[in-house]
Design a binder for this molecule. Sequence first.
Ligand code: CTP
Length: 424
Amino acid sequence: MGGRNIVLGVGGGIAAYKAALLLRLFTEAGHTVTVIPTAAATRFVGAPTWEALSGRPVTNDVFDAVDTVNHVRIGHEADLIVVAPATADLLARAATGQADDLLTTTLLMARGPVLFAPAMHTEMWRHAATQANVATLRARGVAVLDPAVGRLTGPDSGPGRLPEPADIFAAAMALLTPGQVGDDGAPEPLHGLLSGRRVVITAGGTREPLDPVRFLGNRSSGKQGVALAAAARMAGASVTLIAAHLDVPVPDGVGVVQVGTAVEMREATLAAAAGADVVIMAAAVADFRPDTVAGGKIKKRDDAADPVITLVRNPDILVDVVGRRTAGSLNQLIVGFAAETGDEHGSVLDYARAKLARKGCDLLVVNAVGPDAAGVEQVFGRDENQVTILARDGADPVPAAGSKTDVAAAVVRLVAARLAAKPA
Ligand code: CTP
């Protein structure tokens, strides 16, 4: 990635000194950083420190450099604005669109992604006013990290610590590199593509119990679904993740409903899908479940025959979500996933087209699964993915490859383009 223009807004909290470490991470990565401290921040770390570390002039006054209309220029030129530490006061001022200093006016001029890294006492973070401000900002597509948990300034501890500079740096870089490259070779952020949209995503693999300790499961890690949740969140959507046995952590700012079986996943998904703009079904759902679940652990017995497991069909959640759509929100966009293998009767895409017609979803993200010619597993548990996205309306198939994050960004982009093209 080439050097980008980053604005580092610094709020008036004791954690302001950690922003100096963050600044170093940005400059060492080749970015140009303009620091805008609030007046309160300069009482913790003074302007000369920021000037020396950034190599650029520092001000927090809208009346400095009036000839170049500073706040307009800085806001327009910024590829990314990071506010760290974001105090309760700064979150409130940003949420209500105030413009009473250079940082808040710059935030109003921003056209690229914005990231807030809050730091404050636990009570202030948990206060309904702060939480409402955070929700407002997130609904607008602004990324707000959750504060870290640990020792605070005084003897108290709890959520409220500024996340580590390395974590803020990683979140900031993710906003700049969601996996797509524009015509000029620079990454195109997902920022704002799904602002105000409600997105439901299923992820992971269901487990169908045989007895209290055993289950029928599958090899899904949930990585692709979690990457989709992160991408949709980054694009400004309000995201609900219906999660079955994930191997990976859930991204910040995503609502989670934990489920175990296909039947539980169906119930949670139908409830969440009501009123959602987009439903993406990335979970590997067991097609069958044992017809009975033993109350105690099934034991080996020499005086009886070995047990036989009888399977019954699970509901098809995707088909049910599509069925509910025709009864209600006709504009809902529904995306299925298909894990396919080809054989002598048809290719991966032949089977996928038939599945798309059968399931009735709008888009189908098709994966070739199983070992490749060299015997190496292609999808499950791996970080890389290669897919083809088919559309029911016959639009050209869209290929996407790269990390699961790259594939998620491609899906979010296509979903956003289709939503924008649909009648309201
Ligand atoms: N799916 C679902 N409910 C099921 C099975 C699958 O909602 N009981 C969804 C998956 O989440 C995925 C899509 O349907 O989005 C296709 O999953 P896949 O396993 O490829 O399809 P199946 O219907 O199971 O078809 P088959 O196993 O016969 O290929």
